[in-house]
Design a protein around this ligand. Structure first.
Ligand code: NAI
Length: 342
């Protein structure tokens, strides 16, 4: 499919392809939808096999951000950007600065945050060029709290007692989640490709964790891990991802449902991070706890609707997002009624 066809089919507002010869920057900014507010989403820094892969990744992630913020009830649209360079590039700061100047040229339509390959210090650097930046505080503990709310609601819905949980990836989100689960006395099984991260924990090999004999599986590493082959081998009865775009293909939601596995869409379960980012941009944490707690109720409602309609939770969560979008006027329209981030 050509890029323009893809933009049309998926209702994208804007795709910016950036090049700065002085720093060597090649990057992409994808603004999927700004109906509810400025498009907030992370800056991902990694090498892609082809520049087209970078464009597709930015687009997929931006679209998921639209759903995530809409379902979480936030005044934010969906966007994402990617810098096609290794995160340990010797020209890292130059690349980030050049990328930041392109973000600034969008006049506030896109609010950057941290993502794979970037962190709070990088957001401080970007903030020299861009007035509104998020993730200058690490949002991952909020993400983990939201994943736990989704896990509680989904396991209650499925009637599965949470005795044993497998967590793939002990990075920022996974390690907070493990801490929360262990504090409750849950038996936690972990795996990480970096052996230093699993020290002192009940660890299995990285290629075994997805098929572990547990009640709940939480993929908290890369996206795309729930392939057909993996789903065939799953023993967990509930899957709650911290990772974005955990399904390798949309159709795999059906496959999980057919196997009787309760799946919480990642953009529902991992919204705690963007909830914290919204609060950061607004300058108030007053609503953070209530919004993170609401992830539990949203999870229950999405699962209930999927069961009632004979659909799957991803379809139901997307239609929840579509309903909220359809009741708003575009944020950047001159006569906008005024959102809280105006
Ligand atoms: P991170 O980079 O801190 O952690 C990822 C961890 O996964 C690392 O320890 C890495 O060694 C490990 N890993 C990579 N491949 C693996 C594999 N095949 N098997 C086992 N472990 C593997 O990233 P972070 O921030 O914890 O994010 C994790 C996921 O959650 C990502 O998909 C991210 O997009 C998503 N996410 C993160 C949010 C946040 O607040 N940090 C918010 C929403 C989503």
């Amino acid at each position: 499919m050509s890029i323009f066809q893809d933009l049309r089919t998926r209702d994208f507002e804007q795709l910016v392809v950036c090049r700065d010869p002085a720093s060597g920057l090649e990057s992409v900014i994808a603004v999927h939808d700004t109906t509810l507010g400025p498009a907030l989403g992370g800056v991902r820094m990694r090498s892609y096999a082809t520049p087209e892969d970078a464009v597709r990744d930015a687009m997929n992630l931006a679209q998921a951000m639209t759903y995530k913020s809409a379902v979480a009830g936030l005044d934010l649209g969906g966007g994402k950007s990617v810098i096609n360079a290794p995160a340990d590039s010797p020209r890292r700061d130059e690349l980030l600065a050049a990328h930041a100047r392109f973000i600034a040229s969008l006049g506030g339509r896109y609010i950057p945050g941290a993502d794979m390959g970037t962190g709070a210090a990088d957001m401080d650097l970007i903030a020299r060029y861009v007035p509104r930046v998020s993730s200058r505080r690490d949002p991952s503990r909020f993400t983990a709290r939201g994943v736990l709310r989704a896990l509680d609601a989904a396991s209650a819905w499925a009637g599965v007692p949470v005795r044993r949980v497998a967590v793939q990836g002990l990075g920022k989100v996974g390690s907070h989640l493990v801490e929360l689960l262990r504090a409750r006395g849950v038996d936690v099984l972990v795996a990480d490709v970096d052996p230093t991260r699993v020290r002192g924990l009940n660890a299995v090999a990285a290629d075994e964790i997805l098929a572990a004999d547990v009640d709940v599986l939480c993929p908290c590493a890369a996206g795309g891990v729930l392939t057909e082959a993996v789903i065939d081998r799953l023993k967990a009865r509930v899957v709650v991802p911290g990772a974005n775009n955990a399904l390798a293909a949309d159709a795999n939601a059906d496959m999980l449902a057919a196997r009787g596995i309760v799946f919480v869409p990642d953009f529902v379960a991992n919204a705690g991070g963007v909830i914290a980012c919204e609060a950061e941009v607004k300058g108030s944490d007053d609503e953070v706890d209530a919004k993170i707690d609401a992830i539990g109720a949203t999870t229950g409602s999405v699962l209930e609707r999927a069961s009632r309609h004979g659909t799957d939770p991803v379809t139901e969560a997307r239609s929840l997002a579509a309903r909220r979008l359809s009741t708003h006027r575009p944020y950047f329209e001159p006569a906008h009624h005024g959102g809280t981030l105006a």
